[in-house]
Design a protein around this ligand. Structure first.
Ligand SMILES: CC(C)(COP(=O)(O)OP(=O)(O)OC[C@H]1O[C@@H](n2cnc3c(N)ncnc32)[C@H](O)[C@@H]1OP(=O)(O)O)[C@@H](O)C(=O)NCCC(=O)NCCSC(=O)CCS(=O)O
Length: 379
């Protein structure tokens, strides 16, 4: 990957270490992970040793003091090697960011160091069968019973749920208060009364299984994140961060697809000359490169705003929208450059296309990102 504006030597050094691990350990296994639906949570300890499982956290809680740009570069390197692993890490960050943003130091001390060390994996439970794009419509309830809350409800598409040490669950504490009636809780995965379903049969990112999770359990009051009613704001801020992670995953998958297309175009001969000499192929490569660079620029711009402590919800939404749509185009066009060979399972193109498809859906579909962008313009 060529160097880009705003990336420091420290950012590059962090990402280079991650890239070495990703290329040596993740890339050779990625097709097997996909084919056999092997859970990428198996890599959590090694990733923690590299600092990746806590890369979104301050040093006080086991982080490595990485900048938002270093985080983007690192996730992109992981996704370049294995989209499922990047997705597994993203779900873990959704959970740990919830604790970092919504919790106080006591609960941060209890959960974040173990999350950073890989001892405990996180999962994030916001979506419900009847409330996806509109989390304010959730019906999961948390009712106070003395020093506990009784948590009852069903969450859907929860990545990492089965292997998690803890799940951050969003629930209504006051069903009449709209978004101000939602609270967040850290729930230990093996609390009696939690049922994790068999994994969904997914089109892509098959090494990052998603589950339906049913809750009918007691959660200590001390496990609430912040005040009652603060949960929706926490979730929205967490999603501002996570949409950058999805943009980074999109960039990594796009890098892998474009590199494969360029190599193929140079090697594959048709009528005695390389495909790369054909103008039609050159224009495809140019269009892929253009969209990839545009997505990098807007993602790094959003990361810079995050790093500067500015409000960046709209930039994060633009980064996710631009990079995930680019990933759809780039992986599909790269497959097209490969012709019939791209459609076989012998090459990684069809996996990249399948892995990229979810990026336009989870953590806010493209249509939601347009809503976030437009609302910031007319506010
Ligand atoms: C579409 C939405 C962005 C907006 O939702 P609403 O219309 O219901 O809410 P608002 O009226 O806009 O806001 C209510 C309240 O919250 C404050 N707010 C909103 N955004 C932010 C923010 N970014 N930071 C801080 N505060 C925020 C806003 O100011 C209002 O405050 P007051 O009450 O006025 O004081 C939203 O519904 C949305 O984002 N939808 C998409 C949901 C989504 O992305 N879900 C994905 C779940 S996770 C996943 O997919 C992966 C799971 S995994 O892999 O396991």
């Amino acid at each position: 990957m060529s160097e880009r504006l705003g990336i420091t030597e420290d950012d590059r050094a962090i990402a280079d270490a991650v890239a070495r691990f990703a290329q040596n350990e993740l890339a050779p296994q990625a097709h097997i992970v996909d084919r056999d639906e092997i859970r990428t949570t198996r890599y959590a300890s090694q990733l923690a040793e590299l600092g990746v499982m806590g890369m979104n956290l301050p040093e006080r809680w086991g982080g490595i003091g990485a900048s938002p740009a270093a985080l983007i570069l690192s996730i992109a390197e992981i996704a370049k090697a294995c989209g499922s692993t990047a997705s597994m890490i993203g779900a873990h960050y959704l959970a740990t960011d919830s604790i970092l943003i919504g919790g106080d130091d006591m609960i941060r001390d209890r959960y974040l160091p173990d999350a950073a060390s890989g001892a405990k994996l996180g999962a994030f439970a916001l979506t419900e069968p009847g409330a996806g794009s509109n989390p304010a419509g959730m019906i999961t309830r948390a009712e106070r019973e003395g020093e506990h809350y009784r948590l009852r409800g069903v969450k859907q598409f929860i990545s990492n749920a089965d292997d998690a040490g803890f799940i951050v669950v969003y629930a209504k504490t006051d069903p009449n208060a709209g978004t101000r009636g939602i609270s967040a809780f850290v729930v230990d995965r093996h609390t009696p009364g939690i049922t994790v379903s068999a994994p969904e049969k997914l089109m892509g990112i098959r090494g990052a299984p998603a589950h339906e999770v049913t809750f009918d359990c007691l959660v200590p009051v001390a496990n609430r994140l912040g005040e009652e009613g603060a949960g929706f704001y926490t979730a929205m801020k967490v999603l501002d961060n996570s949409r950058l992670d999805v943009a980074a995953t999109s960039l990594g998958l796009s890098e892998a697809a474009l590199a494969a297309a360029v190599a193929w175009a140079k090697e594959r001969k048709v009528g005695g000359e390389p495909l790369a000499n054909k103008q039609g192929i050159q224009w495809m490569l140019a269009d892929m490169k253009l969209r990839l660079e545009a997505a990098w620029l807007i993602t790094l711009q959003a990361a810079a705003k995050r790093g500067a402590g500015e409000k960046f919800s709209d930039y994060s939404a633009m980064a996710k929208l631009c990079a995930s749509e680019a990933a759809g185009f780039i992986t599909d066009t790269a497959l097209q450059v490969h012709g019939g060979y791209g459609f076989t399972r012998e090459l990684p193109l069809e996996r990249l296309v399948r892995d990229a498809r979810i990026l336009r859906i989870y953590e806010g579909a493209s249509e939601i990102q347009r809503t976030v962008i437009a609302r910031a313009m007319v506010a």
